[in-house]
Ligand binder design. Structure first.
Ligand SMILES: Cc1cc2nc3c(=O)[nH]c(=O)nc-3n(C[C@H](O)[C@H](O)[C@H](O)COP(=O)(O)OP(=O)(O)OC[C@H]3O[C@@H](n4cnc5c(N)ncnc54)[C@H](O)[C@@H]3O)c2cc1C
Length: 432
């Protein structure tokens, strides 16, 4: 079978195994060699790719719910979308959610995903009370901050390299409406957007779309979106129709002229300022989910997302240099996102650190990797790191410098016999 993740690069030949129960999986694991979990394949690069993969899609039962505390017990193949479908009408939502709901619980923990409220709520692992983890020998351990804490810290953000996450216990957030009160502010440049992020630190959600091709006094021009849960509005809004990109667009359609044009229109299409308009949760959190297969617009060769974070005090200078370099290369795309992160957690490989994160999509082409190598140096020089869930080409050196706790992670893998059992193309490249 041909297998690829969301960036559709690389595309590899793989064999896969599905399971419905932990017993079934244990039987397989006893005989199987090296493998990695492939869940919903919404990671962009090669973290879920290997010659042998384990599919979790059929491990998909919601097992229990405590309506008093909002605690759900669920198998790890259940998606965020399925949880929302069941629990939103009863007034419960996710405390932390990424920009797509089509990811599994296992994937959310393994990447320790972040949302538009990281500065307030931290990563996904903050709402995970515990999970069961299958180790290389088939044993299952419960992991939490109280039990097997080292494994908990290594698995949240550990990209599937510490075992297979089975049953998850997580806490949902009480809400009274399926709408968000959204405020939009158009910003002329990087200085303005930084000021506004800092000024609105107390807002629950904040994120900005950024024009990565704007230059000069418009460098970093952006549209800031702020949000708070509404109290007005129903709990079960009509769901928007999903449209689809039916085929791969020819690679030539996406070039610096078409992207500049799009960015110009998108920037000016947004109002200068709108305060507190009511929008459905789906529109605020998951705008891209409305277009199925949108990854086809980058053509057959695929794309990658380059997501970096810089410490807060280095963000202004570092992002200026990075955006100038990207704008002069003419390679960026229309999907540029800037977010503010709150304090770093204790997990060994979680991505966020206190500061600003920038995520940009790039079509795979021969000029790209030399540009990204240059950006890597700027990121490291400013004390930052790259997100493993989006990565497809980071070197071991960049990884080690960006993730100072990598050694403890690697030693734990060695001690528990994981290095012969759980590996992805990414872990082999990074030598972890
Ligand atoms: C449109 C879009 C928007 C996104 N926005 C954000 C965002 O805002 N914030 C953010 O943090 N991320 C974001 N992401 C990235 C995405 O949330 C992560 O890559 C997530 O891990 C994908 O989950 P998945 O179920 O698709 O897992 P996969 O892509 O299949 O796997 C990802 C990793 O998780 C491991 N894994 C999955 N399930 C298990 C399991 N049961 N046990 C052990 N390991 C497991 C895999 O081995 C792999 O290493 C976005 C992705 C897309 C496509």
């Amino acid at each position: 079978m041909k297998l690829t993740a969301w960036g559709r690069y690389p595309r590899i030949q793989a064999t896969g195994h599905s399971f419905e129960t932990a017993e079934e999986l244990r039987g397989y694991q006893e005989k199987a060699g090296n493998s990695i979990v492939f869940a919903m394949g919404r990671s962009y690069g090669d973290s879920a790719l290997s010659e042998r993969v384990i599919f979790t899609r059929r491990f998909d039962k919601i097992l229990d719910f405590d309506p008093e505390h909002g605690t759900v017990i669920s198998e790890s193949g259940v998606t965020l979308s399925e949880l929302i479908e069941v629990f939103l009408p009863t007034g419960w939502f996710l405390s932390v959610t990424p920009g797509t709901k089509f990811i599994s619980l296992g994937g959310a923990i393994a990447s320790d995903v972040h949302g538009k409220n990281h500065h307030k709520a931290g990563c996904f692992s903050e709402c995970v009370r515990s999970f069961e983890l299958m180790l290389p020998d088939g044993n299952i351990l419960r992991c939490s901050h109280e039990e097997n804490q080292e494994l908990f810290l290594a698995t949240c953000g550990g990209m599937g390299l510490t075992g297979i996450i089975l049953t998850v216990t997580l806490t949902l957030k009480r809400i009274s409406s399926a709408y968000i009160r959204e405020t939009i502010v158009r910003c002329q440049n990087l200085k303005e957007i930084f000021c506004l992020f800092e000024e609105h630190m107390d807002m629950t959600y904040s994120v900005a779309w950024i024009d990565c091709l704007a230059r000069g006094e418009n460098l970093g021009r952006s549209v800031l979106m702020l949000g708070e849960h509404a109290t007005a509005g129903r709990l079960n809004p009509r769901t928007a129709k999903i449209r689809s990109v039916p085929f791969n667009l020819p690679g030539i359609c996406l070039n610096k002229y078409s992207v500049s044009l799009f960015n110009h229109f998108y920037y000016h299409k947004n109002p200068l300022f709108v305060e507190g308009r009511l929008v459905p949760l789906d529109t605020f959190f998951y705008p891209l989910d409305k277009i199925a297969n949108w990854n086809r617009i980058y053509g057959r060769g695929g794309f990658t997302q380059y997501q970096l974070v810089l410490p807060r005090d280095a963000s202004s200078e570092g992002l200026k240099i990075i955006l100038e370099r990207i704008a002069s290369s003419g390679l960026g795309s229309f999907l540029g996102v800037l977010k503010l992160f709150g304090p770093e957690n204790e997990n060994y490989l979680s991505f966020p650190m206190e500061g600003y994160t920038l995520a940009l999509d790039f079509k795979i082409q021969k000029e790209l990797f030399p540009l990204l190598n240059e950006l890597d140096s700027i990121v490291l020089d400013h004390g930052g790191r790259l997100y493993l869930a989006k990565d497809v080409r980071m070197t071991r050196e960049v990884f080690i410098k960006g993730y100072p706790r990598w050694k403890a992670f690697s030693e734990l893998r060695e001690k528990l016999g994981m290095k012969d059992k759980f590996n992805s193309l990414q872990s082999e490249r990074l030598g972890v």
